[in-house]
Design a protein around this ligand. Structure first.
Ligand SMILES: Cc1cc2nc3c(=O)[nH]c(=O)nc-3n(C[C@H](O)[C@H](O)[C@H](O)COP(=O)(O)O)c2cc1C
Length: 213
């Protein structure tokens, strides 16, 4: 069984990547084979609207050829996928958004009765990390995860979501302008809440793997 994680943070070792790795550890605890791709290591663009994937005489794959091409190929054979993205300007990062355009659009068929060309049902998870507190982000929460409904449409299963709030952004707050944050609160959250989020990410990975049919 193969579980793949997609890291949409430019940082390979920070909040999002850490939680994704915990989710893969959870998958590994259920004997899955795991792999993580860091999108910001790859050179690729978002969809360029060539509609190659929509041609009647085509194979419904993305016509662009770049570093994303082999990743998209591998994802076809995944048993579950766990996406992770920091929240930038109340949405996923541009890297994640461009990736999702390229990944999801070829599977979307303009057919109300059968809108997905993906060959099977597949479980997905989405881990969101953000600097804001849960309370502060609440009014904007519906913006954050609008891709979830397209994942559900393409893969036929509800996405399991995990939100990690009030993340620690810098290794040393003294070096950066950040007076709007309470650094002590942030450090407390990093010490007390982030380990709980890591446990939730582990559980998400384990549950997703257990539920793969
Ligand atoms: C360009 C940029 C925009 C951001 N916008 C938001 C935002 O709209 N809301 C928020 O809560 N945090 C925002 N953040 C903070 C990040 O979401 C947060 O630090 C996240 O945990 C970083 O993930 P990482 O540690 O995996 O890189 C932003 C950070 C950057 C760099």
């Amino acid at each position: 069984m193969k579980i793949i994680a997609i890291n949409g943070s430019p940082r390979k070792n920070w909040n999002t990547a850490t939680l994704l790795q915990k989710a893969l550890d959870g998958a590994d605890s259920q004997n899955a084979e795991t792999e993580m791709f860091h999108l910001y290591e790859l050179k690729y663009r978002g969809c360029v609207s060539c509609f190659g994937c929509k041609r009647k005489d085509g194979d419904h794959t993305c016509a662009l050829q770049d570093d994303l091409t082999p990743v998209l190929e591998k994802l076809k054979n995944a048993d579950a996928i766990i996406f992770g993205s920091p929240i930038y300007f109340m949405s996923v990062t541009s890297g994640m958004s461009s990736f999702l355009e390229r990944f999801l659009y070829p599977y979307i068929k303009y057919d109300l009765e059968c809108p997905s060309l993906f060959s099977k049902k597949m479980l997905t998870g989405f881990i969101y990390t953000m600097g804001s507190t849960e309370e502060w982000i609440e009014p904007f929460k519906a913006n954050l995860n609008h891709f979830d409904r397209f994942l559900e449409m393409v893969f036929g299963e509800k996405t399991m979501s995990l939100y990690s709030y009030n993340t620690y952004q810098y290794s040393d707050y003294n070096k950066y302008e950040s007076s709007m944050f309470n650094e002590k609160e942030k450090a407390k959250c990093r010490k007390e809440q982030f380990p709980l989020d890591c446990q939730s990410a582990f559980d998400l990975g384990a549950t997703l793997t257990k539920n793969v049919k």
